[in-house]
Design a protein around this ligand. Sequence first.
Ligand code: SAM
Length: 236
Amino acid sequence: MNAKSSQPLTIQNMFSKIAPRYDLANSVLSLGIHHLWKEKLVKVSAAKAGESVLDCATGTGDLAIRFKRKVGRTGKVMGIDFCSEMVALAPAKATAENLDVQFQRADVLRLPFSDKSFDIVSISFGIRNVADPLKGLNEMARVLKPGGRLVILEFGQIQNPVLGKLYQFYAQKVLPVLGGILTGQKKAYEYLENSSAQFPCRENFLNLMNETKSFSKTSYRSLSGGVAYIYEAIKI
Ligand SMILES: C[S@@+](CC[C@H](N)C(=O)[O-])C[C@H]1O[C@@H](n2cnc3c(N)ncnc32)[C@H](O)[C@@H]1O
């Protein structure tokens, strides 16, 4: 609960509180591995010069910036997030690299773009946080051009029981304490572990993607033994 309003802490205000330390916490808690996962996602998307990309739930813009490096001056990248405090940090990061990336505040559940606008739509560590993931997937499908690619990076569950136990110890005992020290928001990192442990992964997430009836060639690959997953699909 939020002490001042006695309202439940929403996803939006949870991210507004951790925004200033989000990048630092990400790099420390993942030992920098999230950069490699994001680089892999861009590679899997096969993004090329001149393409248009929408990065949903862009946060502080890391993935959008990576896409811009790939699509170049002739390409267009838009990053959206519904948390002003997160997305407000993104433009300076792009400008520091002399990259022209557009950022705006918007909700994945009501994307302010016309149908069939983008070659690639991405979302990293966002779909788990979207209140209605199926509706979010439908919105992402709507703005993709036919033949366009959807690429998703998300936490999941490790299949190997020994590795799973080790990771569970880290995620349940170490991560909330460290996350709490780094951001002052221990609850946010307890939520991270709980939501990741429950969020559908592998075939279960593919089933959700297939429920939209908007995608072909849905597939997944696991990263770091199943700590995270990349999902891919082609818009029909
Ligand atoms: C864990 S962060 C991921 C940020 C970034 N994509 C990354 O990989 O570092 C999750 C983000 O999802 C955003 N988010 C959650 N639900 C959303 C929605 N319905 N519309 C837009 N953004 C949303 C949050 O504001 C937050 O910035």
